[in-house]
Design a protein around this ligand. Structure first.
Ligand code: CAA
Length: 258
């Protein structure tokens, strides 16, 4: 499949999706949202893909939704724009782990895209923010909800109401990124994490993602109940047998995804 606005590559069990509109700082337009939706759909059906990395080409990750495209749109047109409005939800619901590798800018819909991923690495020098207020709108890709869950009400309010961006180090201390890495090493470090995840038992990885995600969705008792169910479910997999046997036999496990 040929994509116009993204590039898709593979390194063994890890797929890398690169946002590829460097001339517009990888701003998310309808075409990119469509390309990403299609790529995610095909990658989710491919059992040989165990983990994804999303990154950006050129000067940074993504400077948000495409203002040039949105400038002439009415609310009805935006609401009808299909993938453009639902891409964040699509990424947020993706069942396999996604590592976001940020550099340069992660702003507006770009930061929202990163927050739909499971692990966020940011290169030194990355600016993160929700600048929508500067152009007379508010975040529309989940930023008011996910940023607030990530950094708390007061930091989120400051970022969303002032439109100011924060540095990678500030983001790390606020809990918005998993780790800050030296400039230029975000992709390399993200690949290392993705390959590590891809080497684990695939069903356990998926259920771990589900269990952690449910911590943000319901009450603590609901989350604990869900975790227990998923934990018990894993005791019927061959990979659980293999993982525990390998540990006792002091050898690396060979997982098959069964
Ligand atoms: N949409 C469309 N084009 C964009 C863009 C965006 N979000 N961000 C940057 N570009 C384009 C610029 O128009 C420029 O194109 P031209 O060369 O054709 O003029 C090119 O990318 C390079 O940008 P700059 O010259 O502005 O680069 P800079 O280094 O001086 O500044 C920046 C970088 C601070 C990120 C600045 O580009 C900027 O403020 N961009 C807009 C950020 C923004 O407001 N994002 C939120 C969008 S709304 C949204 O995301 C809604 C939502 O929640 C879903």
């Amino acid at each position: 499949m040929e994509y116009q606005t993204i590039a898709l590559s593979r390194e063994g069990p890890v797929a890398v999706l690169t946002l590829n509109r460097p001339e517009a700082l990888n701003a998310m337009n309808s075409a990119m949202a469509r390309d990403l939706t299609q790529a995610l759909e095909s990658l989710s059906k491919d059992d040989s893909v165990r983990c994804l990395v999303i990154t950006g080409s050129g000067k940074g990750f993504c400077a948000g939704a495409d203002i040039r495209e949105m400038a002439g749109m009415s609310s009805t047109e935006v609401a009808r724009a299909g993938s453009l409005l639902s891409i964040w939800e699509t990424v947020g619901k993706y069942p396999k782990p996604i590592v976001a590798a940020l550099s340069g800018f992660a702003l507006g819909g770009g930061l929202e895209l990163a927050m739909c991923c499971d692990i966020i690495l940011a290169a030194q020098g990355t600016k993160l923010g929700q600048p929508e207020i500067n152009i007379g709108i508010i975040p529309g890709g989940g930023g008011t909800q996910r940023l607030t869950r990530a950094v708390g009400r007061y930091k989120a309010m400051e970022m969303i109401l002032t439109g100011s961006s924060i540095t990678a180090d500030e983001a790390a201390s606020a809990g918005l990124v998993s780790r800050v890495v030296p400039a230029g090493q975000h992709l390399q470090e993200a690949m290392k994490i993705a390959q590590t995840i891809a080497s684990k038992a695939p069903i356990a990885v998926r259920l771990a993602k589900q269990a952690v995600s449910s911590a943000e969705e319901g009450t603590l008792p609901d989350g604990l109940k869900h975790e227990k169910q998923l934990f018990l479910l894993l005791f019927s997999t061959k990979d659980k047998e293999e993982g525990m046997k390998a540990f006792l036999e002091k050898r690396p496990p060979v997982f098959t995804g069964e």
